[in-house]
Design a protein around this ligand. Structure first.
Ligand code: UDP
Ligand code: MG
Length: 321
C-alpha cells in the first residue's frame, strides 16, 4: 500500500527539513509493525514561499527518492496547495498534514490502522487545550452558529489533518469549485469517517499565517460558500421589516386621523431611515457575496499555477542510477 503525505508549505524554511527528518524517523519506526507492506511518498507543495523553502525542497528531492514537490508561481493559499497535493498524490491513501509539526507524525500509524479497518476518512480532531480562551470561545460560538446554517456538519477542532482513501481523494478532486472551503468539502463527500482527538502541539518555529482578518474571512467563507441559507434569511428579514413598516404606517395614519397631524416625529423618521438603510446594505452585501462568488466561478480560472516540480530537476537516485 502506497501512502502519500501531502504537505503544504508556505515560508516554512525553518522547519521543513526538521519535519522531513521527524516524519521519516516516525515512518521507519512503525512501518514494520504493519502486516501489509507500506511504502510512502512525500508530496510537498511550496505555496509561493518568499524564503528558502523551495531550495530545501529541491535538496530533499535530491537526497530522498520518496520526495516529490510542486512549487507555485506565487502564493495561492493553503486550499490551493492542498488541492495541488491531492492531484499529484498517487497513493492508495493520502495523509494531509502541516509542515510546522503541529500535526503530530506519531498519529499517522493510528490513521493507517483505522483506514485499514474500513474507514475512507480518518480525521484527527484537535482539542483546544493551550489555545487562548477568547479563541476557544469564539470558535465554539462560531460552530454552533454555522452548523445551523450549513447542510453539512462542521466540527470544531477538525482541521485538515486527515487521511483520505483513494476514492475519497477522487471525490474531492471532482469538486472543482474555485472557492474551496475544505472543511465543508471533506464533510460533503461523506464515506465512512472515523474521528479521534489529539492535543495540539505548539508551533515549533516560524509563526502562524492566520491573522484576525484572515480568520474572519475564513469564517465568512464557511457560512457563505456552502449553502444559500443566508440569502433565504435575507429574504425573510426583508419580509419581516416590510410587515413591521406596514403596521407602523397603519398606526401613524390611524393616529393622524384621530388626533390630527402633529409635527414632531422626525426622530422616528431619522431612526427608521438610517436603520433600514443599514439593513439594506447588509442584505445587499449578502447578495453581493454570492454574486462575487459566481463571478469567480464563471471565470473558470485554474486554482493555481505551477512554477516548478520535482520532474524539472535531475535526479540522483541511488536506486535508479
Ligand atoms: N500554508 C500554505 N499557504 C498559505 C498559508 C499556510 O500552504 O497561504 C501552510 C503552512 O505552510 C502550514 C499550513 O498551511 O503548513 C498551516 O499554516 P499555519 O501553521 O500558518 O496555520 P495554523 O496552524 O495556525 O492554523
Ligand atoms: Mg500551524
Amino acid at each position: 500500500m502506497l501512502i502519500s503525505l501531502v504537505v503544504p508549505c508556505f515560508n516554512e524554511a525553518e522547519v521543513v527539513r526538521r519535519f522531513h527528518a521527524h516524519v521519516s524517523r516516525e515512518i521507519a519506526s512503525f512501518t514494520p509493525t504493519f502486516s501489509e507492506r507500506l511504502t510512502f511518498e512525500f508530496v510537498y507543495v511550496d505555496d509561493g514561499s518568499g524564503d528558502e523553502t523551495l531550495r530545501h525542497l529541491r535538496c530533499l528531492a535530491g537526497e530522498d527518492s520518496r520526495v516529490r514537490y510542486v512549487s507555485f508561481s506565487r502564493n495561492f493559499g493553503k486550499e490551493a496547495a492542498m488541492l495541488a497535493g491531492l492531484r499529484h498524490a498517487g497513493g492508495d491513501a493520502v495523509v494531509i498534514m502541516d509542515a510546522d509539526l503541529q500535526h503530530p507524525p506519531e498519529l499517522i500509524a493510528r490513521m493507517i490502522t483505522l483506514h485499514t479497518q474500513g474507514n475512507d476518512q480518518v480525521v484527527a480532531r484537535r482539542t483546544r487545550a493551550g489555545d487562548r480562551v477568547t479563541r476557544t470561545l469564539t470558535a465554539r460560538a462560531y460552530y454552533r452558529f454555522v452548523n445551523r446554517l450549513v447542510d453539512v456538519e462542521l466540527v470544531d477542532g477538525v482541521g485538515d489533518f486527515r487521511l483520505l482513501s483513494r476514492r475519497a481523494v477522487d471525490a474531492v478532486l471532482k469538486l472543482t469549485e474555485y472557492n474551496r472551503f475544505s472543511k465543508g468539502i471533506f464533510a460533503w463527500i461523506g464515506y465512512p469517517t472515523e474521528t479521534f482527538a489529539y492535543e495540539n502541539a505548539v508551533r515549533e518555529q516560524g509563526r502562524s499565517k492566520w491573522t484576525f482578518g484572515k480568520l474572519l474571512n475564513y469564517g465568512l467563507d464557511g457560512v457563505i460558500s456552502f449553502n444559500n441559507k443566508p440569502l433565504r434569511a435575507a429574504l425573510y428579514l426583508g419580509l419581516l421589516l416590510l410587515a413591521v413598516a406596514m403596521a407602523y404606517t397603519a398606526w401613524i395614519v390611524g393616529v393622524a386621523v384621530v388626533n390630527g397631524v402633529e409635527t414632531p416625529g422626525y426622530v422616528t423618521l431619522l431612526v427608521a431611515v438610517t436603520a433600514l438603510s443599514g439593513v439594506q446594505m447588509v442584505l445587499l452585501g449578502v447578495v453581493g457575496e454570492y454574486v462575487g462568488r459566481i463571478y469567480y466561478e464563471a471565470k473558470r480560472r485554474p486554482h493555481f499555477l505551477v512554477g516548478e516540480t520535482d520532474a524539472d530537476v535531475p535526479r540522483h537516485d541511488p536506486e535508479t542510477n
